[in-house]
Design a protein around this ligand. Sequence first.
Ligand code: 0PR
Length: 353
Amino acid sequence: MQRPEPQEFARVLSSMCTEPHPAARAAAERFLATNPGDPGTYEAVADLEREAVALLGEITRLSDPAGYVTSGGTEANVQAVRIARNRRRDDVDRPNVVVPDHAHFSFTKAADLLSVDLRRAPLDDDYRADTDAMAALVDEDTVGVVGVAGSTEYGRVDPIPALADLAADADALFHVDAAWGGFALPFTDHEWDFADAAVDTMTVDPHKLGQAVVPAGGLLARSPDLLDTLAVDTPYLESTGQVTLTGTRSGAGVASAVAAMEELWPDGYRSEYDRAQSLADWFTAELRERGYDVVDPHLPLVAVDLSPSTIDALREAGWRLSKTGSGEARVVVMPHVTRDALSSVLSDLDRLG
Ligand code: 0PR
């Protein structure tokens, strides 16, 4: 039987997934049948998971964090909201979490699952969290405040230190969602430093810019007590408690995350960031020269105002392109996105007129 090819990446423009690094692919294959959810039995992968967390801590400058490799950013965000809620369980009856409007839809799922009220604050004119608008939504029932470092639609980084202060004043957990941006931020001049800004928990996903295989997300916490608020008893396992959301987990994801990070941190990620950012800047300039409106790419993500019919025509030409909520075409400059590909997008645009 002819089996379909899973995906040819050459024309994928809007995904946050990419071709895994060859070392990540090889490591995944070796650990396919292991389960980090049972560390007493699968000790090697449990050791690797500790290494993964330590490396993620180095990359995000969260020193000596607790954490684990999740199934993705969604699980990490759900768990962060759960920590925020559980931490204040004894003194807050009707918990709410305040997020900037661009927070990923995984927070909507978290709020629904956990019976937490999600309060979305409007953004400022540059598509970043507006600290005053967020402050206006904080009250005595606020258990969590979220900042996004690399927003899904425009690649924006919120004012992390100001949001950290807002959370601290409210005795709320401060969570940073760097699911996509985490592997690019160390090489940017975003002035803040996670350590200085008192980040409590963070999402940072190896299966996005980290070039690991799917599934490999990351949840980090400043201290193990925060994760302990998630623990349930596991009477018949060798370990006595479990903080993860899923039970059996992907050892392949864990092993591939370590392999990718050992291979690429820091030089490989730096040169990929430099390549992608200059490509995004070049593509932006080319589009503007043709008269298109483009949102300034703070990170390697270009949102361009194309008409719906142009986007449809590009899709028909084989480009995998999705839209922002406001209708812009969104090009995420992942490692598989080349200058040749973006040049042919421009030729297609010229041809379409
Ligand atoms: N946080 C942020 C900032 C994200 O951008 C995403 C995913 C998540 C959390 C959730 O991560 P998981 O999808 O790993 O649970 N944002 C991408 C998006 O919505 C997800 C994606 C990835 C979509 C690949 C399509 C695709 O092909 O665009």
